[in-house]
Design a binder for this molecule. Structure first.
Ligand SMILES: [Zn+2]
Length: 274
């Protein structure tokens, strides 16, 4: 199995290398995965938190001038803050999907359907809102593989934090990824490579619908507030993750509300069936 030691570059395929950032935790698993796509011209996907040693490892794995692009799957703080320093060190262009409220001026904006063309690869940008409104996945054409950021992870659960996170969009984005044929693998934002791409996407869809069904069943027994729903749904959940689970349950409830199935307003409401 390739190395997940922080700072060590592992070849995952002839085109893709990974360096894990040194930010392990409940939400980040072994740490944020930084991917280097291409050899002659390199696209760095998610440079990770601001950490000089990590940026040095990225530059050390390529020749400085070959790093052409710094691409961001989204702008949560475990994925992007090293972008500016890496770009300054290499002359690479920072590209991301637009969002408000981030202290970063990229060199350009990613667009849905756009293809980043390196000498050896094409990376198609797929807008996948849900975990974050500006989340994108990349489709590596040569491998028919996805780089999924936090849309799909290996080993940790994806949090959907409203209002920027949106469960309706999240499920639509999963369906969008599922449509492609002959998929191979997934390079997730956290955790090891996932070899059965289609199976994993399907598993994610089913898991969300299962949770949704549980919430509907629970509210059918009587009105409830979010902490009580979390306590019932996620038994033995680590204290540190409870607020994240509450956000995701709120995202489910807001989707169910849009679907006309439940009534409630926000994280403090008592929710009930419609
Ligand atoms: Zn992340």
């Amino acid at each position: 199995m390739p190395d997940m030691t922080p700072g060590v570059a592992s070849a995952l395929s002839p085109l893709v290398r990974r360096i894990v950032a040194n930010n392990p935790g409940y939400m980040t698993g072994p740490g944020t995965n930084t991917y280097l796509v291409g050899i002659d011209e390199v696209a760095v996907i998610d440079p990770g938190p601001e950490d000089v040693a990590h940026v040095e490892a990225i530059i050390g794995a390529s020749m400085r001038e070959r790093v052409r692009w710094v691409l961001l799957t989204h702008t949560h703080p475990d994925h992007w803050p090293a972008a500016r320093y890496l770009a300054d060190q290499t002359g690479a262009e920072i590209l991301m999907f637009p969002v408000k409220g981030i202290d970063l001026e990229p060199h350009g904006w990613l667009e849905n359907g756009q293809i980043i063309e390196g000498t050896e690869f094409g990376l198609e940008v797929i807008h996948t809102p849900g975990h974050a409104s500006n989340h994108v996945c990349f489709f590596l054409e040569e491998e028919r593989a996805y780089v999924t950021g936090d849309h799909i992870m290996n080993g940790s659960t994806v949090v959907i934090p409203p209002p920027d996170g949106n469960m309706t969009h999240y499920l639509e984005s999963l369906e969008l990824l599922k449509k492609r044929t002959r998929l191979t693998r997934i390079y997730p934002g956290h955790g090891e490579v996932i070899d059965d791409a289609k199976g994993k996407i399907q598993e994610y869809i089913e898991h969300r619908l299962m949770r949704e069904g549980q919430i509907v069943d629970l509210l059918a027994e009587g009105p409830a507030k979010i902490p009580a729903i979390v306590a019932r749904l996620y038994e033995g959940l680590n204290e540190a993750i409870v607020p994240r689970a509450e956000q995701t349950v709120l995202a489910h409830l807001l989707k169910l509300k849009r679907d006309g199935r439940v009534v409630g307003r926000d994280e403090r409401s008592t929710w009930k069936t419609a």
